[in-house]
Write a protein that binds this ligand. Structure first.
Ligand code: FAD
Length: 600
């Protein structure tokens, strides 16, 4: 069952037919690459995933990490699996050749790691967090910090974390209380407690580099008084070797619903003399620096959610093709053999919904990676700035849409398999549990919706909002005179509804209570997300239609027809939901706002 977790045909379609990743080889940074080198890297990712991660996918879940008071114990197979990723150069394939990387475009890196994400489930989090940590220090740290911390992380000797959350400060980081005291040697002493820190302790690497948000004594209150520190598990000597243990202690591990491939830790900083920390950049600008990592992590969360949804879809699809049960309504002959469940229209509905959610979500994440490439390497300054504007605007949607609809897809994978999906003999119930974290961490869906409506939409005189609408309009023009003109018209109508809703809700802020106006912000996010995914599906539809025009062989023809059918499903069954959300938002429906805590 399910020899591999992802469809390679689909990955190639998205990469080359939808997003034309091959054209990136014309850019100087990627001039040494070709489709062959891209494919070779993807193949290596798949080989490592199938050899090292797929066999332990469920073991990792069943044997969750334990702490004996001194050491963390993990399933022993995790370390060789992660080492295999590092040795194959797959931990950070986008880094420069001279730093030991493959200098691959980010969209290709996303595809290279896709098989690993899909097979490794949450174990891959050790690698991706380390990468994001190193990228932050590279962007905002001093050259000495890059040399001391980034280099060993790139080599796979150190791993990294992101230590923001505290018992009293989760969504509201403004209230964090971990403190930093300046020392005469320029370093700081950090004291405080962090919770839920992923990968916060283990023995998978020589050292762990925590990036810790803390408040320097006498700093202003709120987010303007937050600074960022590098706080290692072990201090590091001049020659790069590990020195004494820093004053960072593991207070305990959390036992989670899913995501057991990675430790979740409570960390105490400075129980003795204060943990030694090194300031990144300037004091009081820590949250701004942390956004470098958070934005990357948000795209990572969306990608992980989409890939977990794709994996569940693939698994339940393979199952549905082989599981005989029942007969079609039209067949009254009890002597006839049962049919495979994929023959039942309702099972096909559930598979099609999963396909529409999962492939829509992953295509959106790949688009995010493409924008991240363009932001860095597009030819002109104007193109780079444009990509930045689009990505910045879309980040809350790339984070939250896959996170919300990925678990729904996984729930349908369970449903497709009936009772067999609910038991842990098959991994789909684990996919659901793993994926259920994604709407929570890296900013909950509620927080993302406030970011979108309250900040991203009006930001820079609506620049990001207008840029995204213009991109969608361009696709509509392209599709207007094609076979897909009816879908183009549907998207046009949806776009107009979205614009009217946006004007109505933001217009209301002038005269109404802000909390009331924003009380339906999640409906606004749902609406915007569905319009964006419909657009992404129309783009997939256009690429599939182009594929069909090339008279493909039978297998490819099936593939393209499947794409068009999933697009149609999204437009018929999902896009109309926006009119319901729009009504709530534009009419400033006050039902939730008016509900009094005492009335519950
Ligand atoms: C498995 C796991 C891994 C994690 N990994 C990390 C990590 O590596 N590093 C790290 O720093 N943190 C990590 N986190 C923490 C995670 O980011 C937080 O749990 C998350 O930000 C929510 O904070 P909270 O749990 O305190 O919930 P709360 O902030 O208490 O939120 C509870 C509810 O209230 C809502 N809410 C809160 N404030 C508002 C508001 N202003 N407006 C509207 N609604 C609001 C939220 O949307 C949510 O529904 C992890 C968490 C988990 C469970």
């Amino acid at each position: 069952m399910a020899a591999q977790a992802l469809s390679e045909r689909d990955l190639a379609f998205m990469l080359y037919e939808l997003f034309d990743a091959e054209s990136l080889t014309k850019r100087p940074r990627y001039a040494d690459h070709s489709r062959e080198t891209f494919d070779a890297a993807i193949e290596t990712g798949k080989t490592v995933a199938l050899k090292h991660f797929l066999p332990i996918r469920q073991q990792v879940d069943i044997n969750e990490p334990t702490f004996d008071g001194e050491r963390v114990h993990l399933l022993p197979e995790i370390k060789p699996a992660l080492d295999a990723v590092i040795e194959a150069g797959l931990a950070a394939p986008a880094t420069d050749f001279e730093d030991g990387g493959m200098q691959l475009p980010l969209i290709v890196t996303n595809a290279v790691q896709a098989h690993l994400w899909a097979a490794a489930s949450t174990t891959f989090g050790y690698i991706s967090l380390t990468n994001a940590n190193a990228n932050l220090i590279e962007a905002h740290g001093s050259p000495e910090q890059v040399e001391k911390w980034v280099k060993p992380m790139r080599e796979g000797r150190f791993m990294g974390t992101m230590a923001m959350t505290e018992p009293g400060a989760g969504s509201g980081l403004a209230d964090l209380t971990t403190t930093a005291t300046r020392e005469s040697d320029g370093s700081y002493r950090i004291t405080g407690n962090k919770i839920f820190i992923s990968g916060g302790d283990h023995e998978l690497s020589d050292n762990i580099v925590h990036l810790v948000l803390a408040r320097v004594k006498d700093a202003p209150k709120g987010v303007k008084g937050i600074s960022l520190f590098i706080v290692p598990k072990f201090l590091v000597n001049e020659d790069g070797s590990n020195g004494e243990r820093n004053d960072v202690a593991l207070a305990g591990l959390f036992h989670k619903m899913g995501g057991r491939g990675q430790t979740s830790t409570a960390l105490s900083f400075g129980e003795k003399d204060g943990a030694v920390g090194y300031l990144v950049g300037e004091e009081n600008r820590g949250l701004m620096y942390m956004f470098h990592m958070m934005n990357e992590a948000r795209i990572m969360v969306g990608t992980g959610a989409a890939l977990t949804a794709l994996t569940g879809y693939q698994y339940s699809l393979d199952y549905a093709r082989e599981r005989p049960q029942g007969r079609l309504l039209a067949n009254k002959d009890p002597e006839s053999s049962p049919i495979n469940i994929i023959e039942h229209p309702d099972v096909r509905r559930m598979l099609l919904t999963q396909k529409a959610y999962a492939e829509g979500a992953y295509a959106l994440c790949l688009y995010g990676s493409q924008l991240a490439d363009d932001e860095k390497t597009a030819e002109t300054e104007e193109e780079r700035a444009h990509a930045h504007t689009l990505l910045d605007f879309l980040t809350p949607i790339i984070k939250s849409w896959p996170s919300e609809y990925g678990p729904q897809a996984n729930s349908l994978a369970i449903q497709v398999m009936g009772g067999h999906g609910y038991i842990n003999e098959h991994p789909v119930e684990m996919f659901y549990r793993d994926n259920r974290l994604n709407p929570i961490h890296e900013g909950t869906t509620g927080i993302q919706s406030l970011d979108l409506l309250g900040r991203k939409v009006p930001m820079n005189k609506f620049a990001g909002y207008r840029a995204v609408l213009a991109e969608m309009q361009q696709t509509i023009e392209q599709a207007r005179d094609s076979e897909l003109s009816l879908f183009a018209a549907d998207l046009q109508a949806a776009l107009e509804e979205l614009q009217q809703t946006t004007s109505a809700v933001l217009g209301a802020t002038a005269e109404k209570n802000t909390d009331l106006v924003f009380s339906n912000s999640v409906s606004y996010l749902e609406m915007f997300g569905h319009v964006v995914i419909a657009w992404i599906w129309l783009r997939q539809g256009l690429a599939a239609d182009a594929g069909l025009q090339r008279n493909p062989h039978a297998e490819d023809e099936h593939f393209y027809r499947g794409k068009l059918q999933a697009m149609q499903y999204f437009f018929r069954s999902e896009l109309p939901k926006i009119y319901h959300w729009s009504k709530l938002v534009r009419e400033i429906d006050s039902t939730s706002f008016d509900m009094q805590p005492e009335w519950f």
